[in-house]
Design a protein around this ligand. Structure first.
Ligand SMILES: CC(C)(COP(=O)(O)OP(=O)(O)OC[C@H]1O[C@@H](n2cnc3c(N)ncnc32)[C@H](O)[C@@H]1O)[C@@H](O)C(=O)NCCC(=O)NCCS
Ligand SMILES: Nc1ncnc2c1ncn2[C@@H]1O[C@H](COP(=O)(O)OP(=O)(O)OP(=O)(O)O)[C@@H](O)[C@H]1O
Length: 196
C-alpha cells in the first residue's frame, strides 16, 4: 500500500481535495482532525500542554484552540514545542489507522509536511495551491478570523513556490470543476503507480 502525503497552505483547499479523493474510495486521514481528537483525549498530551501553556489550555475539559492559536502563531519556538508534543502521537495513530486500510493507496492530509522535512515518510506527495489573496478570502469566509490571524498562520508555512519544487504532484485549486478533473487524472495515475 502506498502512502500519499497531501499538503497545502491554509485555505488552499486541501481538505476539499481530500474529500474528493474520499468520494473516489480512497481512505483519507486528516491530521488536523485527528490531532485535535488526541489533544482532547490523551491524558499525557493534556498534561504536557498544560505544563507548556498553563491551565487555560483547556476550557471545560475541551482544548482551548483560540487561546493556544493566539500563543503559537506569533512565537515559532512555542509552535515547535507544540508540534513536538502532538506530531509524534499523530504519527503513531496514523500507523494504526493505516494498518486497517485495504486500498492500493491512502492519503495523509496535513498542513505542514515540507516545513517539517517529513516528505521522505511518503511514497509521493501532492501539493494543493491557490493564489495568496484567494486563500485569505476563503479562510475569512469560512472562519470567524481576522486577516491578521490568517496571515500569522501563513507566516509559519512555506510559500507555494518553495513547496512546488519538492512536491511530486501539484493540484491548482481555483475552479472546483477543474480541480475535480485534475483529481480524477491523478487518481488514475496513483492507482497505476500503487499497483505496478
Ligand atoms: C493551534 C491549534 C490548536 C489551532 O486550532 P484551530 O482549530 O484554530 O486550527 P486547525 O488545527 O484546524 O488548523 C487550521 C490551519 O492552521 C494552520 N496550522 C495548524 N497547525 C499548524 C502548525 N503546526 N504549523 C503551521 N500551520 C498550522 C494550517 O493551515 C491548518 O490547516 C491547532 O492548529 C494545533 O493544535 N496545531 C498544532 C498541531 C498540528 O500541527 N496540527 C496539524 C497537523 S498534525
Ligand atoms: N476551488 C474552490 N472554490 C471555491 N471555494 C473553495 C475552493 N476550494 C476550497 N474552497 C472553500 O475554501 C475554504 C477553505 O477550503 P479547505 O477547508 O478545503 O482548505 P484547507 O486548505 O483545508 O484549509 P485549512 O488549512 O484552513 O484547514 C472552504 O470553505 C472551502 O469550501
Amino acid at each position: 500500500m502506498k502512502i500519499i502525503g497531501l499538503t497545502g497552505g491554509i485555505g488552499s483547499g486541501k481538505t476539499t481535495v481530500a474529500n474528493f479523493f474520499k468520494e473516489l474510495g480512497v481512505p483519507v486521514y486528516i491530521a488536523d482532525v485527528e490531532a485535535k481528537k488526541i489533544m482532547n483525549t490523551s491524558a499525557s498530551i493534556k498534561k504536557s500542554l498544560i505544563s507548556l501553556f498553563g491551565k487555560k489550555s483547556y476550557l471545560n475539559n475541551e482544548l482551548n484552540r483560540k487561546f493556544i492559536a493566539s500563543k503559537v502563531f506569533k512565537d515559532k519556538n512555542l509552535l515547535q514545542k507544540l508540534n513536538d508534543i502532538v506530531h509524534p502521537e499523530v504519527e503513531k495513530h496514523f500507523k494504526f489507522w493505516k494498518a486497517n486500510q485495504d486500498q492500493p493507496y491512502v492519503i495523509y492530509e496535513a498542513a505542514i509536511i515540507f516545513e517539517n522535512n517529513a516528505q521522505s515518510k511518503f511514497d509521493y506527495t501532492i501539493l494543493v495551491t491557490a493564489p495568496q489573496d484567494i486563500k485569505v478570502k476563503r479562510v475569512l469566509n469560512r472562519d470567524n478570523a481576522t486577516e491578521q490571524e490568517v496571515k500569522s498562520r501563513m507566516e509559519n508555512q512555506w510559500d507555494d513556490s518553495k513547496k512546488e519544487k519538492l512536491a511530486n504532484f501539484i493540484i491548482e485549486n481555483i475552479d472546483l470543476e477543474d480541480t475535480k478533473s485534475q483529481i480524477y487524472q491523478l487518481h488514475t495515475k496513483l492507482l497505476g503507480l500503487a499497483t505496478a
